[in-house]
Design a protein around this ligand. Structure first.
Ligand code: ATP
Length: 367
């Protein structure tokens, strides 16, 4: 069993770069935690500190509840898999997988069985006699995984292990890696800048920006209830619509969101009214996901937003409509609505129902 806890961990490099800034994060036993963020936000530095390859400037890295700052990497029961996994070219697949066992003095006869078990679990049991040069990229990555798990580590650290592979293979290995780690019950800390990877693989996602942890939660939580404007804008494709609005509460009747050129009225009994009602008199940012917006007929009754259609984008399984509602462009998921009915540049304004999923932050906070 392995748990990881970072307590107020900061890393300042000698040149003054603050790569990680006062991070607190708990990874539970057996959990698949993904560190997600744009390039340079400090994800790898966090991973390297957990591995013991980098010392925190301040704060504590804890493994199984004990401060591990001074524990050498070899005593941490961790296995690492990187993007540039290097296999030994002159060794067979079997010898590559078994290499860590040889290093730790496991006898050849018990090595063979362990290697076979691991290789079978990874679907490369038939390839043990091949050399790395005779393998595809995906097979090589499986060998690297095999080499990582063969010593039954307590903790996997993976840094963009799929980023050199083509997209089809990435999707396939995504499921395999998360399936395998869960089967083995090994705690995993996985670094990526790919949000699809993060949201599909993680038990929980930790989102970083410029060394600072922005949000931690299950994929559903961080997507549906982002903690900061940055996370709201970062997660999801198309981006969440973020509109500035002034809030006016008309007690027990409705909440008015003044968006500039138009006002959106939310009935009081609408659950979304409650979410904004305590911002009376304030300027806030309202977040709306495209999939929460439904196009309606121009004469539809109810509380709707009006916008001018700028263009449509077809993606096969869905179409996206890009609209101006006053000053702001907004994207609407067109799934289920015949896109041919929408004509770019048409006169007259469209109306939209089902508005406002949640408040992503106060106005003025930069996403
Ligand atoms: P990527 O996804 O591109 O790998 P990352 O989120 O993993 O990025 P890190 O590699 O952790 O980011 O780097 C975080 C910041 O620290 C970056 O600004 C990087 O330039 C800086 N950095 C990393 N290593 C050093 C170092 N040895 N000396 C100075 N700055 C460093």
């Amino acid at each position: 069993m392995t748990t990881v806890a970072l307590k107020d961990v900061t890393k300042v490099f000698p040149d003054g770069t603050v790569a990680v800034d006062t991070i607190n994060l708990d990874v539970n036993d057996g959990e698949f935690m993904v560190l997600l963020g744009p390039s340079g936000c400090g994800k790898s530095t966090v991973l390297r500190m957990v591995a013991g390859l980098e010392d925190p400037t301040t704060g504590a890295v804890m493994l199984d509840g004990e401060v591990a700052n001074d524990l050498p990497p070899r005593d941490r029961r961790i296995a690492m898999v990187f993007q540039d996994f290097a296999l030994y070219p002159h060794m067979t697949v079997g010898d590559n997988i078994g290499f860590p066992l040889r290093l730790s003095g496991v006898q050849p006869n018990s090595r063979g069985e362990r290697i076979q078990d691991v290789a079978s679990a990874l679907g490369i049991g038939e390839l043990l006699d091949r050399k790395p040069s005779q393998l595809s990229g995906g097979q090589r990555q499986r060998v690297a995984m095999g080499r990582a798990i063969v010593r039954r580590p307590g903790l996997f650290l993976m840094d963009e292990p799929l980023s050199n592979l083509d997209s089809g293979l990435r999707a396939e290995l995504r499921a395999e890696i998360s399936g395998l780690t869960r089967e083995l019950g090994v705690t995993t800390l996985y670094v990526t800048h790919d949000q699809a990877e993060a949201l599909t693989m993680a038990d929980r996602v930790a989102i970083m920006r410029r060394g600072v942890l922005q949000d931690v939660g299950t994929p559903t939580q961080v997507y549906g209830r982002p903690a900061t404007l940055y996370v709201a804008a970062f997660l999801g494709s198309p981006r969440m619509n973020l509109l500035e609005a002034s809030v006016y509460v008309h007690l027990d009747r409705y909440v008015a969101l003044n968006l500039g050129e138009q006002t959106l009225y939310l009935p009081w009994h609408d659950i979304r009214s409650r979410a904004v009602s305590h911002y009376h008199g304030e300027r806030i940012v309202v977040g709306m996901r495209a999939e929460a917006l439904t196009p309606v007929a121009p004469d539809a009754p109810g509380h709707v937003l009006r916008g001018r259609l700028r263009y449509l984008e077809h993606h096969g399984h869905e179409s996206l409509a890009f609209l101006d509602i006053g000053a702001t462009a907004i994207v609407v998921d067109e799934m289920g609505t015949p896109a041919e009915n929408l004509v770019p540049g048409q006169r007259g304004l469209r109306r939209f129902g089902q508005v406002m999923q949640r408040i992503a932050g106060r106005a003025g906070e930069t996403p």
